[in-house]
Design a protein around this ligand. Structure first.
Ligand SMILES: C[S@@+](CC[C@H](N)C(=O)[O-])C[C@H]1O[C@@H](n2cnc3c(N)ncnc32)[C@H](O)[C@@H]1O
Length: 279
């Protein structure tokens, strides 16, 4: 078995292996890795080689020849980009608080939000905070926030809902006081999401390119900074799926550098990277 030290002189990730990894990421996650991602791919996969005691990338890629190998999930976990933050791209949260949520609450007693590509949870927990603030204790309002991601590792973090000082930095003191408690034991010094938010959010693993098991429709779908990794055909397919899953008048939120693919019908732009289902 190779040790960590024996990977020091490892040969760089070769063309053949890199091509195979790109193909697997495309097939299994819809993620396009360009040539520019080769160094990142190499650095992140070294950790997998070490964990598995493998001598080189060729041996790693051979493992992936078995379509049922659990390493396929680890490969996806290693190569997804999970950058996120509480109240990232705050304009969406302001719009939710001022316009979208009050209008939904006026229409009925059911509020359904979906954070598609939720990473380590900052986005769905921020949605939960805004819902609590905008709708009060919301007695009688049935609120559910679904949070999904393909990456099992980030989902574990998201579900735990425990964050360090750096991560809670974007939050106001008022939000920190209301929606977090101080961690205890192994989590001393950290911040724990309060139960009043936990009851609103459900986390599930979902590859956006697999069939969606959810039966109901959503008032808001937030899929921010996710479709940027997909090719046009996959973006188009996904946006069509989101359209089907939104209630009439529902909103789709995309990330700051994303927009609807050309030819995406049935949406009208209504603010920065915000789209309303209009037909
Ligand atoms: C950059 S993070 C965005 C997090 C959050 N939405 C935000 O804007 O702060 C992108 C997330 O999309 C997830 N992702 C990538 N491909 C996916 C797929 N095919 N299905 C589901 N999630 C995917 C990644 O695992 C990652 O956590």
């Amino acid at each position: 078995m190779a040790t960590a030290a024996s990977t020091v002189g490892l040969r760089p990730l070769g063309d053949r292996e890199f091509r195979r990894i790109c193909a697997l990421m495309r097939e299994r996650a819809g993620i396009e890795l360009g040539e520019g991602k080769r160094p990142l791919c190499q650095t992140r996969l070294i950790r997998r080689l070490r964990a598995l005691g493998l001598p080189d990338y060729a041996a790693y890629v051979r493992l992936l020849d078995d379509p049922d190998s659990p390493e396929h999930d680890e490969l996806i976990n290693a190569l997804t980009t999970n950058v996120t933050a509480f109240f990232r791209e705050d304009h969406h949260f302001q719009m939710l608080a001022n316009d979208i949520l009050p209008a939904i609450a006026q229409r009925g007693h059911r509020v359904r939000l979906w954070s598609a590509g939720c990473s380590t949870g900052e986005e769905p927990w921020s949605l939960a905070m805004v819902v609590r603030e905008a709708l009060g204790d919301a007695d009688g309002v049935d609120i559910k926030i679904l949070a999904t991601d393909i990456d099992t590792q980030v989902l574990t973090h998201a579900r735990a809902g425990i964050y360090g000082d750096d991560q809670v930095e974007p939050l106001s003191r008022a939000r920190l006081q209301r929606f977090f408690s101080r961690g205890t034991g192994a989590h001393a010094g950290q911040w724990r999401i309060a139960d009043e938010l936990r009851s609103l959010v459900t986390f599930n693993r979902l590859n956006l390119f697999d069939p969606w098991p959810m039966r109901g429709s959503f008032d808001v779908i937030s899929c921010r900074n996710v479709i940027i990794y997909f090719d046009v055909a996959n973006k188009t397919k996904l946006v069509r799926g989101f359209h089907d899953k939104l209630v009439p008048g529902g909103h789709l939120l995309l990330g700051h550098s994303e927009s609807l693919p050309l030819g995406a019908n049935g949406f009208t732009g209504c603010g920065r990277t915000t789209y309303r289902k209009t037909s």
